[in-house]
Design a protein around this ligand. Structure first.
Ligand SMILES: Cc1ncc(C[n+]2csc(CCOP(=O)(O)OP(=O)(O)O)c2C)c(N)n1
Ligand code: SF4
Length: 342
């Protein structure tokens, strides 16, 4: 007998697993997990159509905690596995979960190629500016002077900026969020809506090895003063509308301006399709400037899998596959004698 099944939209609970979550109490990863689980129903996601792919690190334990398909792969190689998944089944909704060490150190090369190829997926880079899983060594995003087991006298490296790296690699969507911030789901939704690689840097507090490193813009009242949430078509203002960013057209640099009575005349208007503005926002040094958050760049381009699969289809048109012919094509020979005994 045929039975009618009602397909109901998922709820955040549907995305939770029965796995024991093994992050330290108070780790920012919990808040990101909740934000993702809250976002999935809102984007119409279905567990059977969703795949989370991660590398190695505390953050990369994420797929265990999502009631979906998941791959906990090898260090820095989530982009390669995600590419395979997407090419095998482009219908799947693929999310890459990675840390600053995983994505930018051992996986730097793979991250770059994923971004320039523009695979249709989301990359959530949990940036805690440290290696959490391996007990607090400095990472490619650690600030100069970071004292860690691997840099006992303070690191001397100039840190990488994940969003600048992404833009430089050719990313077509770049955004920033904060683990505990209520606007994180909004950023995740925008990344998902983007056709192509949606790169999201999430500031994540590692309570054990790098606690409160983002406090200058995450702690109240620093948040109000130092967070600038960019919105398409709106002036780039912060500090409750008391300050804004304007462009010095001679030097092509940004400057902070005080606004009188909320008058935004002369303040730069955010355009998510303007790559130049995105570059300026991600390069702003924090301190003299606020921290730019939200969708900083969103300008879609054809995706890797659509181009590749279309090309494969066109090349195969009117042809029948013959594996035997392919294998025996070119130089082949037979070894007709057993090798001499030594
Ligand atoms: C090939 C290889 N090299 C090194 C390691 C050791 N290792 C495991 S996790 C990790 C870094 C994780 O840092 P990050 O990506 O920032 O993630 P977090 O743990 O902070 O979330 C390293 C170096 C490994 N597992 N495999
Ligand atoms: S070591 Fe840091 S990043 Fe890892 S689970 Fe603990 S608090 Fe989180």
């Amino acid at each position: 007998m045929n039975e009618l099944t009602t397909i109901r939209p998922s709820t955040p609970k549907d995305w939770e697993t029965d796995q024991e979550v093994r992050w330290c109490p108070g780790c920012g990863d919990y808040a990101i997990l909740k934000a993702v689980q809250r976002t999935m129903p809102e984007i119409g996601g279905t567990p059977e159509n969703t795949v989370f792919v991660s590398g190695i690190g505390c953050s990369s334990r994420f797929p265990y905690y999502m009631e979906t398909y998941g791959f906990h792969t090898i260090h820095g190689r989530a982009p390669a596995v995600a590419t395979g998944v997407k090419l095998a089944n482009p219908e799947l909704d693929v999310w890459i979960i990675t840390g600053d060490g995983d994505a930018l150190s051992i996986g730097g090369n793979h991250t770059m190629h994923l971004l320039r190829r523009n695979l249709n997926c989301q990359v959530l880079l949990f940036n805690n500016e440290i290696y959490g899983l391996t007990k607090g060594q400095y990472s490619p995003t650690s600030r100069e002077g970071t004292r860690s087991p691997s840099t006992p006298f303070g690191s001397v490296d100039h840190p990488a900026k994940p969003c600048a790296f992404a833009l430089g690699s050719g990313a077509r969507f770049v955004a920033r969020g904060i683990d505990v911030h209520k606007r994180l789901p909004e950023v995740l939704k925008a990344a998902h809506a983007h056709q192509g690689t949606g790169f999201v840097e999430i500031f994540q507090n590692c309570i054990v090895y790098n606690d409160d490193v983002f406090e200058p813009f995450t702690a109240k009242p620093n948040a109000v003063l130092n967070q600038l949430w960019a919105e398409h078509g709106k002036p780039l203002v912060f500090a409750n509308g008391a300050k804004g960013l304007s462009l010095d057209t001679t030097t092509l640099t940004l400057k902070v301006v005080d606004l009188v009575d909320g008058d935004t005349t002369g303040v730069l208007v955010h355009d998510v399709r303007n790559r130049m503005i995105a570059h300026l926002l991600v390069e702003m040094p924090f301190g003299p400037f606020p921290m730019a958050l939200g969708v900083l760049y969103d300008d879609p381009a054809p995706t890797f899998e659509s181009a590749l699969l279309a090309q494969n289809k066109a090349a195969a048109e009117g042809k029948t596959a013959d594996l035997q012919k392919l294998v025996s094509k070119g130089q082949t020979w037979m070894v007709d004698k057993a090798p001499h005994a030594i």
